[in-house]
Design a protein around this ligand. Structure first.
Ligand code: ZN
Length: 434
């Protein structure tokens, strides 16, 4: 890692992804603002990239010459406004324009053939999962979801209202790295009236997920395969996937639910159809495959079910683990049972590279602004920063691949520290190309 990484990163964004135009394209609905929408968007983008933990922590930087240079404000004024200015800008930000910045980066990477090899079976896959970064007993807004929870208070159990924001996120899963694709909020109307029904949240998540699925396919037509967890192997979701002519690998957990119930009955005590020994992982994998199940009456079409039983060969005393997967779609028929298992296991990327990192390293769970529009606008700008940083690390620096050592997260944290050092020494704007 040489000096000037921050400058190189901005230059990479500018030259390869049109970062300046992307940020200039962000708009908001404020009337005659003194601080432009560009400045708000760029300040929040760099706040995310440099992992600054709150708007209050960002505020002193808004008056520092080096940060003003980094943002590249063209206004005559010396400062970039206050935390309040940024907060107002986020509340009024046009979400479609903030989204376009992140989507533009991923789409350009695809046109530049970054993902050409695809993943298992050469397919372009994305994971879809529910995520609840914000939850509070006190602070709330008019778009908060509300649930009733029992808490202990002074030795007594009382029922109180809990406010939260929940989303469904789509993340591109690639062999080497992952990218944030899209995010859709669960709306109060998605939950059953009052949220009192037992499955209100699950059904709300499914409703939001189907909206998200359609938009993701419309935006990124080259994606072919959806990976999701045990909430999703049901008729409405599989039907939406079929209508979009996509394939799916979805984890099935409930033995009593179709189509898994039928597959288990067919397999009975039969021996596995295939046994694979993976020496590298120290695993013996038994595989069962059933290709044409039609017992899920809310879905019109054949469903494939794959089961894998995994024994740890180095610790045979440990309990075996069983994975069951529901597979649909014409393209997925060419996947081997082992590939189906690998795809299902790859779903952890969205929880690990995505939610875990975003919460522990990127401060997504900090409430920068408590307003439904503001939260999403900020997430879109953070997604753009996450995607650009990921592409820079894996494509330009080339030493951050999942295959290059174990503690990628720590290496990235050191890289961010270096960006902050570079910022302190920034003597001219990285946007200045003269
Ligand atoms: Zn809220």
């Amino acid at each position: 890692m040489g000096p000037g990484l921050l400058r190189n990163l901005v230059a990479y964004g500018r030259k390869v992804f049109g970062l300046r135009q992307g940020l200039e394209g962000v708009q908001d609905r404020r009337q005659d603002p003194t601080i432009s929408a560009y400045v708000v968007a760029a300040a929040i983008f760099f706040c995310g990239l440099l992992r600054i933990r709150s708007l209050n922590a960002l505020e002193p930087r808004l008056r520092e010459k080096s940060f003003i240079r980094l943002v590249g404000a063209s206004a005559k004024g010396d400062a970039l406004g206050s935390a309040d200015t940024l907060s107002r800008g986020l509340r009024q930000m046009d979400l479609a324009t903030a989204r376009a910045l992140s989507v533009g980066i991923v789409s350009k990477a695809e046109r530049n053939k970054v993902f050409r090899e695809g993943w298992h079976g050469g397919m372009h896959a994305f994971a879809l999962d529910g995520w609840e970064p914000i939850c509070s007993y006190s602070r709330h807004c008019d778009q908060c979801l509300i649930r009733h929870v029992r808490v202990e208070c002074g030795g007594e159990v009382v029922e109180v209202e809990q406010y939260y924001h929940r989303y469904v996120v789509a993340m591109l899963i690639d062999e080497r790295f992952d990218m944030a694709l899209d995010i859709e909020p669960l709306l109060p109307n998605d939950l059953r009236p009052g949220g009192a029904a037992k499955n209100g949240e699950d059904e709300g998540e499914l409703t939001a997920a189907i909206r998200l699925l359609r938009r993701v396919k419309q935006t990124f037509g080259w994606l072919e395969l959806v990976v999701a967890d045990g909430l999703y192997p049901n008729g409405p979701f599989l039907t939406a996937i079929k209508q979009l002519r996509m394939s799916a690998v979805i984890i099935a957990k409930k033995d009593g639910d179709e189509p898994l119930k039928e597959a288990l009955a067919i397999w009975g005590d039969k021996t596995p159809q295939e046994v694979v020994v993976d020496k590298k992982r120290g695993e013996r994998i038994e595989l069962w495959d059933c290709r044409d199940i039609r017992t899920l009456d809310t879905y019109d079409g054949p469903i494939r079910v794959v089961r894998a039983r995994i024994t740890d060969t180095e610790h045979p005393e440990r309990a075996t683990r069983t994975w069951c997967m529901v597979v649909t779609g014409v393209a997925a028929t060419r996947l081997s049972p082992l590939q189906v298992l690998k795809i299902a296991r790859g779903r952890w990327h969205i929880e690990n590279t995505g939610f875990h990192q975003w919460t522990t390293r990127w401060h997504f769970a900090h409430v920068f602004v408590h307003d439904a529009n503001g939260i999403l606008a900020l997430y879109w700008l953070f997604f753009a920063a996450f995607n650009l940083l990921t592409l820079f690390l894996y494509r330009q620096i080339r030493c951050y691949g999942r295959d290059r050592g174990k503690d990628v997260t720590r290496t990235i944290s050191r890289f961010i520290d270096q960006l902050l050092d570079d910022l302190a020494r920034l003597d001219r704007s990285p946007w200045d190309t003269s």
